[in-house]
Design a protein around this ligand. Structure first.
Ligand SMILES: NC(=O)c1ccc[n+]([C@@H]2O[C@H](COP(=O)([O-])OP(=O)(O)OC[C@H]3O[C@@H](n4cnc5c(N)ncnc54)[C@H](OP(=O)(O)O)[C@@H]3O)[C@@H](O)[C@H]2O)c1
Length: 279
């Protein structure tokens, strides 16, 4: 029997690369997508040597419209279909809303929302027909916590809202696929070691957080795989973030907002102090 195939976006680093390692260890073939093709090729070779699985490499810029259709068409041209989808590729949009142009926000929405939804829309009918599918949306704990400006200034004003949408969509698909072997999960990581904070410029701020705030990409991927197998619609990896999100459900909104605002104020003060000492 042919091995199942999982399409993973943003597989060239961080959480996406860790997802590829977890799925490959479980015996899945991979369709690896990102812009840095050399990294995808190296990962594919490593997964072949370690786990004997095959990979399709598809270099794509998901901030450009039309890429989801091309990716799925390439997979079909190779005689394969998508059994699993990990919607993960992403980057922040630094700057407050008033400081950024609409073209940047549109690009962000294409990469972080439209491409995710379009990929699901392209592969879900086949999953339903074959009565097998696993979909993971990489969301964020920011979707479950009060807004922190110390976070949105690096990741983007729309970021928490975009990540909230991914949770609701996973929940809706899980509901629509009730009784079928098609599962959908949104995994909601907190701060995770990856290249994300190098790309959005927050690395110095993040490096001052206590170590229990930091997750590894592997922890996130293992948790996400477990959640999608169990058909859990929303999973928060890590004890600290489970505690934080549980507290926010219990506390009155103003108290939760005050706590997050304090944390955010401290991180902005640290950033300003660093800027001042560099000048
Ligand atoms: N790190 C965190 O603290 C954290 C927390 C919560 C949620 N997340 C989410 O986790 C996901 C993965 O991020 P990460 O932390 O693993 O960061 P990362 O190490 O920077 O990985 C981002 C991945 O997305 C790909 N990517 C970025 N822009 C792309 C584009 N235009 N087209 C195609 N691929 C693109 C990158 O590949 P190329 O550059 O090669 O294209 C890379 O493989 C993101 O959706 C992020 O929002 C991260």
């Amino acid at each position: 029997m042919a091995r199942k195939l999982v399409l993973i976006t943003g597989a060239s680093s961080g959480i996406g690369e860790a997802m590829a390692r977890v799925f490959a260890k479980k015996g899945w073939d991979l369709a690896l997508v990102a812009r840095r093709e050399d990294r995808l090729k190296a990962l594919a070779e490593e997964m072949k040597a370690q786990n004997g699985v095959d990979s399709l490499i598809i270099a794509a810029d998901l901030a450009k419209p039309g890429e989801p259709e091309r990716i799925v068409a390439e997979i079909e041209k190779a005689g394969r279909h998508v059994d699993g989808l990990v919607n993960n590729a992403g980057a922040g949009q630094p700057g407050y809303f008033t400081e950024t142009g609409w073209a940047d926000q549109e690009r962000f929405l294409q990469l972080m929302v439209t491409a995710y939804l379009q990929l699901i829309h392209l592969v879900l009918p086949g999953m339903e027909e074959r009565n097998f599918g696993r979909i993971i949306n990489v969301s964020s704990v920011s979707a479950l916590l009060p807004i922190a400006t110390g976070h949105t200034r690096f990741s983007g004003t729309i970021y928490p809202g975009a990540k909230s949408l991914l949770i609701k969509v996973a929940q809706a698909i899980k509901a629509e696929m009730t009784g079928k072997n098609v599962h959908a999960t949104a995994v909601c990581p907190g701060y995770t070691w990856s290249e994300f904070h190098d790309v959005n410029g927050a690395r110095k701020s993040i490096s001052q957080l206590p170590s229990y705030w930091m997750l590894t990409a592997e922890e996130v991927a293992v948790s996400a795989y477990d959640a999608v197998e169990r058909n859990v619609a929303c999973r928060v990896p890590g004890a600290w973030y489970k505690f934080m999100t549980a507290m926010m459900r219990i506390l009155p909104d103003p108290v939760g907002e005050w706590l997050i605002a304090q944390q955010s104020r401290r991180s902005l003060q640290r950033a300003q102090a660093r800027k001042a000492s560099a000048e």
